[in-house]
Ligand binder design. Structure first.
Ligand code: G6P
Length: 611
């Protein structure tokens, strides 16, 4: 995913910008570039396909001295990875711009600007913004006003940084739908799409809010304007050091930390990928739209927790994109004869991108005549990502706990983005797209509310610590969530747990139900609720202890033998993501009570790179 760095400093900024780009490399990208205004007031630019090291080599040959500049790592959406498509983009030789996100109305704007005589040298949506701002700049009221007027004409998501040679010590930044932070230095000011990009120069940050525009100027001057153009003050916050990913911080275990990171990482997975009312297919790369329009079937292959994400996605994809979906564990798929219908897309899901069975399945699939392959993965540069035609990174950050938590919920988030992008191409009605997009926007906040149930779930966990078995029930897209809940409990507490679609209870597992068998059920407010309630009665009638996670609007009453935990109401399609969280917390607390090795459970490995 793209990264932005900008600086207005008392010294040459080339090294600062380059270090910033290096710190953003982990996000995955395909090209990098930088533009700096030199002492003579000239705009100079270098761009390189490939790694930041390639840009660095270019700068060693021909440096970019100057105290004001912008830089970027690009992950291709509109237009293939190439030097011409790399940022910064210029309009003439006076204005340069870097951009993250997607401009949805770039096509009409491009036509309009071409009619006005602007010549385009790339296939990107970003170059449209460069020319648009140049046109606004001609009004003669300065870069800030030009950006404010230009932004009013854009639809979509963006963070951007722009410089103009007429204002040699100014960088203007803006955000809407993609993050941007201001770094406050001593008489210097910086911009970054992530504070990590700027930690080498400052630990004091202003987190811009939606619609904010910022003007950084000489001497560390920072002026911020809200979406209405009103000057506003935003607080400066000191970044808490403590090597984020590698330390547990205030948490007792990595798993616990990773569970609590979910609101932030789900937001990161959504970052720059949501249009106003739809999900543009460009999030999946420049070739996605053409490929999606040809897709008639999907085969999803994965292992472990990632496989459960695939099972949930089947419900979504068939409901919203209207195409048949098959989901299979990789270790089975790779060794059987598969029949591949015409125009089938092969999809792999993996946190690590290195799981041997999933990788082998992809390599096997390449020989089977699929339309192409898509990897939804958390590790940029992993084998799976390198070998797939299309990729979508889940942006969960490093996951250390062996039992997967945040990687799963971000996979689900990415899969819903995929569902909506594919659905849009397949004619899903605009109202439904807009509703789910709004639901996704609200999701991080709802997950935070579920995390507030931590104490209540911890007290429930005492009921499980002495048990040897547990049953998890769900219906519809919540059956895979029951599977995932059971897997979590098995993995870290070593309690034997099984999951069933609740309607199957009477066909066997009901025989196991007695007072020693806790039965966990997820009961969102969906169309299967009434049926699920009857299934729960079947358990209660046999003396089984029920633990129900239910929508706050659902009428399931706590009573003798039935414990109910209410979850906030959520769009029904997104409930599987929300209902995963209490099950993670339950397993975690049971494992802590049992004193097992939560982060590194016996016999299991984080990344299984052998067959
Ligand atoms: C191992 C891990 C699981 C994970 C599975 C698939 O079994 O312990 O947590 O779900 O591998 O890993 P992947 O990296 O492909 O998602």
């Amino acid at each position: 995913m793209c990264g932005i760095v900008g600086a207005v400093a008392q010294r040459n900024v080339e090294g600062i910008l380059l270090e910033g780009l290096r710190r953003l490399e982990y996000r995955g990208y395909d090209s990098a570039g930088m533009a700096v205004l030199n002492a003579a007031g000239e705009l100079q630019r270098r761009r390189a396909l490939g790694k930041v090291a390639a840009l660095e080599a270019m700068l060693e040959e021909a440096a970019l001295p100057g105290r004001c500049g912008i830089a970027h790592t690009r992950w291709a959406t509109h237009g293939k990875p190439s030097e011409e498509n790399a940022h910064p983009h210029q309009s003439g030789n006076r204005l340069a711009l870097v951009h993250n996100g997607i401009i949805e109305n770039h096509e009409p704007l491009r036509r309009e600007l071409e009619a006005d005589g602007y010549a385009f040298s790339s296939q990107t949506d970003t170059e449209v913004v460069a020319h648009l701002l140049e046109r606004e700049y001609r009004h003669g009221d300065g870069l800030l006003a030009a950006v404010q007027r230009g932004l009013a004409q854009l639809e979509g998501a963006y963070a951007l940084a722009v410089v103009h040679a007429d204002e040699p010590n100014v960088v203007v930044g803006a955000r809407k739908g993609s993050p941007l932070v201001v770094g406050a230095g001593i008489d210097e000011a910086f911009l970054g799409s992530d504070p990590l990009a700027l930690l080498q120069v400052t630990d004091r940050f202003i987190y811009l809010q939606e619609g904010d525009v910022v003007r950084l100027a000489d001497g560390g001057k920072i002026e911020i304007f809200d979406a209405e153009g009103q000057a506003v003050q935003r607080p400066i916050q000191t970044f808490e050091h403590g090597d984020g990913a590698a330390s547990k911080g205030e948490y007792r275990h990595f798993m616990q930390k990773e569970i609590f990171e979910q609101p932030a990482v789900i937001a990161a997975a959504l970052e720059g990928r949501l249009g106003e009312r739809s999900v543009p297919s460009e999030c999946f790369g420049p070739d996605a739209e053409a490929l999606f329009s040809r897709v008639e079937q999907l085969h999803i292959v994965a292992c472990g927790t990632s496989y459960h994400a695939g099972l949930v996605a089947r419900y979504w994809l068939e409901r919203y994109a209207g195409i048949p979906v098959q989901v299979e564990v990789a270790s089975e798929y790779r060794y059987r004869t598969v029949v591949v219908p015409d125009n089938t897309l092969f999809v792999t899901l993996s946190q690590s991108g290195e799981t041997a069975d999933t990788l082998a399945a992809l390599r096997f699939a390449r020989e089977q005549g699929y339309l192409g392959s898509l990897a939804i993965c958390n590790v940029p540069g992993s084998s799976l990502v390198r070998e797939s035609d299309l990729t979508l990174m889940t942006q969960a950050g490093p996951e250390i706990g062996v039992a997967s938590t945040k990687a799963f919920t971000t996979q689900l988030t990415a899969l819903m983005l995929f569902t909506l992008a594919l659905g849009r191409v397949k004619g899903l009605d605009a109202e439904t797209q807009a509703e789910v997009v709004a639901g996704l926007r609200a999701l991080p906040q709802l997950v935070s509310r579920v995390l507030e149930l931590d104490d209540a779930i911890e007290s429930l966990s005492t009921e499980f610590a002495e048990k040897h078995h547990a049953l998890f029930l769900g219906r519809g897209a919540h059956f895979p969530i029951a599977l995932e809940g059971a897997l979590k409990l098995k993995e870290i507490s070593y309690i034997h747990a099984e999951a069933y679609p609740a309607g199957e209870l009477k066909h066997g597992p009901l025989a196991l139900v007695d007072s020693e068998m806790p039965v966990v059920s997820v009961a969102p407010n969906d169309e299967l609720l009434d049926k699920l309630k009857s299934n729960l009665q079947e358990v209660r009638a046999r003396g089984g202890e029920l633990f129900v996670f239910a929508d706050e609007r659902v009428g399931i009453e706590a009573q003798e033998g039935v414990r109910v935990l209410s979850l906030p109401h959520v769009h029904d399609a997104l409930a599987p993501i929300l209902y995963t969280v209490p099950l993670q917390l339950l397993s975690y607390h049971v494992a802590v009570l049992k004193g097992t090795d939560v982060d590194q459970p016996r016999n299991l490995a984080k990344s299984v790179t052998v067959e």
